[in-house]
Design a protein around this ligand. Structure first.
Ligand SMILES: *Cc1c(COP(=O)(O)O)cnc(C)c1O
Length: 396
């Protein structure tokens, strides 16, 4: 059929309608400007607030040692790495960082990516294809979900942290596929609970499956040396694939995969999101390297973080007993609200009270909530101010 050109055509008009729909659902998002160094207290949109919105769990993103490492690396190697790692983009620093990650994780090797998102996209797409099966927790991070789609594998979700459902799905699907990969966040980023790793590894063994865990919120935070959830559960001897980020507790930018040398060798040859992108900048690489040294040398940061988390949990349970605190074993604590509008209003009222703790709502999560990230550098007074601010919220 011939295309019938009408007088007025605007192929972008749908954007207005789409934005309208987003606004009507109260799903519209926009950025807020932070105007200071990162930390427990920051300048946000011209106002000093206590920061419960940051992934900088150990307070390292503003640490003088990371800043100096980034400055030195920039002076020595320049601002950009100028090419992909396999061409002109590889520096000694990258190798040092990869060795440091492998040593922290006690794996044979590691590989750094430009972001955790790219590490997940590329790794999933490299490990499985349309002959294979991915069994994924329904609450997995967007990068795991999109990596699963990109891979072309059959992608089956199991109910969040439900080992029985995973078991059923293995029984139902496993036999029909060549390889199977079980993929899960280790600390769930929008809930704060942990995956049941030992049970999951046992099932994987019985059904001959690979396991990929995303340690984004666990690295530097969980385990006695800060190696993550795998260390926390005492599972470091097991063969598995660990992905993570340099941008949360490590205070820099970038992602990583840690595992066997065979795995890393394979990824260097088959992962498009590593091969066809520019190597991590010298500044980011050096800052992450400095951070790994600090998390190993200063375990007291993790102790302070854990203390702050347990104090805040107790305060919430005792003083805000009417609130619904979601189950969590990490520094991510979520207070559930009935509707997106309630959560947004609460977020605004908190901000007016000098507290930065964002409302997280659909489509990011199924139920609306205020998400609180605790830092090692929060002081007791910051936690009290948070509690008082919650008490002042009208809709509660
Ligand atoms: C933040 C996050 C990522 C992405 O890491 P970036 O380095 O920020 O791209 C991946 N997975 C999870 C679970 C995350 O929370």
């Amino acid at each position: 059929m011939k295309w019938n050109k009408s007088k007025i055509q605007n192929p972008y008009a749908w954007l207005d309608h789409s934005l309208d729909t987003i606004h009507k659902a109260n799903w519209y998002r926009s950025v807020q400007t932070l105007q200071s160094l990162p930390g427990a207290v920051v300048q946000l949109e011209g106002r000093e607030v206590i920061n419960f919105a940051s992934n900088d769990y150990l307070g390292l993103a503003g640490d003088e040692r990371l800043i100096q490492a980034a400055v030195m690396a920039t002076k020595t190697y320049g601002t950009g790495s100028t090419g992909s790692r396999l061409l002109s983009g590889h520096r000694e620093l990258h190798q040092e960082l990869e060795r440091a990650i492998a040593s922290l994780k006690q794996t044979e090797d590691a590989l750094v990516f430009s972001s955790g998102y790219l590490a997940n996209l590329g790794t999933l797409a490299a490990l499985v294809d349309k002959r294979d099966l991915i069994l994924a927790d329904q609450y997995n991070h967007s990068s795991l979900k999109n990596g699963a789609i990109l891979s072309g594998a059959t992608n089956v979700n199991y109910t969040h942290n439900d080992i029985k459902d995973l078991h059923n799905k293995l029984n139902q699907y496993r036999q029909h596929y060549r390889r199977c990969l079980i993929a899960t966040d280790s600390v769930f980023s929008m809930d704060g609970d942990l995956c049941p790793l030992p049970e999951l590894l046992l099932l994987a063994e019985n059904y001959n499956c690979m396991v990929l865990v995303d340690e984004a919120h666990a690295t530097g935070v969980l385990g006695s040396t800060g190696a993550g959830c795998v260390e926390h559960f005492g599972c470091r001897g097991k063969t598995l694939i660990q992905v993570g980020t340099l941008s949360k507790a490590l205070g820099s930018l970038g992602g990583y995969v840690a595992g066997s040398s065979r795995l890393i060798d394979f990824l260097k040859n088959r992962t498009a999101s590593w091969i066809y992108t520019t190597g991590l900048s010298p500044a980011d690489t050096a800052a992450a390297l400095a951070a790994i040294q600090i998390i190993q040398q200063e375990p007291e940061r993790r102790t302070r973080l854990q203390k702050n988390v347990s104090t805040l949990k107790q305060l919430i349970q005792h003083q805000l007993a009417n609130l619904k605190l979601l189950p969590s074993d990490s520094p991510i604590l979520c207070i559930q609200f009935a509707t997106a509008t309630d959560a947004i209003i609460a977020g605004k009222q908190l901000q007016n009270a000098g507290i930065f703790a964002p409302a997280i709502r659909p489509p990011t999560v199924p139920t609306s909530r205020i998400r609180i990230s605790v830092m090692a550098t929060h002081e007791l007074s910051h936690l009290y101010t948070l509690i008082d601010a919650f008490k002042g919220i009208n809709s509660l």
